[in-house]
Design a protein around this ligand. Sequence first.
Ligand code: NAD
Ligand code: WQD
Length: 360
Amino acid sequence: MPKLKTILVTGGAGYIGSHCVVDLLEAGHDVIAIDNFANAVGDEDGSPALRRAEEITGKTIVFYKADLLDKPQINDIFDKHKIDCVIHFAALKAVGESMQQPLLYYQNNLLGMLNLLEIMRAHDCYQMVFSSSCTVYGEPEFVPITENHPTGSITNVYGRTKYFIEEMLKDLSAADKKWNIIALRYFNPVGAHPSGLIGEDPTKEFTNLMPFMAQVALGKKPVLTVFGNDYNTPDGTGVRDYIHVMDLASGHVAALNLLAGNHIGLKVYNLGTGKGVSVKELVDIFESVTGTKIPLKYVDRRLGDITALWADASLAKEELGWSTRYSIEEMCTDFWRWQTMNPDGYPKKNKTTVIVNGKS
Ligand code: NAD
Ligand code: WQD
């Protein structure tokens, strides 16, 4: 039985959260998930993603439609359940939107985190895994990027919320030794659960490469716009470290295992494959494994885009005992399976078996 048994997953109905819940249940944890559906399908009756996570695992999830900005509501959840650790996914994450609505992003991401930390402390819960991002590194000074690469010179508001939270966590763990926190800096999450039952289905406008490419392959969008083919990379297109979402999920289970047995204060780990793949390479692989044709249109570079980045993920391997298992081909195949099985995403009105607000 895992030592940190009951895990509160914030943003559990979202893309990475719903996949992580599957791994948590399979590893024997009890899951309490919350989401306000700012960027996920669902309503008072629950979340179709989490209902499917139950279907995959044969286990049940306690779910609350709750907003981290509503402190009394979150406090009630902590009063009702003895929570051993929080995995904090809930955040707004659209880079473009964050530039237009900075206060919305600072309020949701920073205040949401502050509320959560205060409520955790009041309930004697000091264990947390936080979703950070490779975005905190800004334009890399060197690749592969190690965890001690400088952070903070970021060109967008979303990225700054992640950076500010990391700084907040440093101050907190320095001031109060009870805290035991792991911040995971994800590189570019893609793919879907191999069952095809859960995947990425944002309710807000999205601009990420893989979901956009899949929409083109489905014929829902006419062409994939490639932002720049004059970068200083082997084929001129941008290079990223794409990581399968189930590999990310297992990184969280590994992080819980480290927290359970050790007092570490605050530790930071990169979660990536350690391999850079260009836009053009990803399109070629996607076409070959799915048998589709993606019409491309090359345009100017997208403002704020970085030329090339990939992770040095050796620290996570050494200290978490974690490494990636899925290839880039599997990332494409699994994402495509999810898209073709669910061309319109999750059913918009679901009959849920998820236990909502603690009652079945
Ligand atoms: P997502 O939007 O699918 O999931 C986030 C979930 O949080 C959504 O379901 C949303 O409704 C919920 N949420 C937002 N604000 C909330 C609030 N105030 N109260 C309750 N719920 C709230 O995003 P994701 O891709 O699953 O990302 C999960 C985390 O990982 C985020 O913190 C994100 O910033 C981080 N991250 C994502 C990526 C990526 O490319 N997907 C990369 C690096 C880091
Ligand atoms: C990948 C590559 C684009 C779309 C973003 C966030 C980052 C992190 C991960 C949360 C780039 C190119 C894309 C398209 C294209 N999220 N591209 N045509 O920008 O690396 O990172 O998600 O923390 O903070 O900024 O991801 O998927 O948007 O782009 O040519 O239609 O694909 O230029 O080279 P990005 P992405």
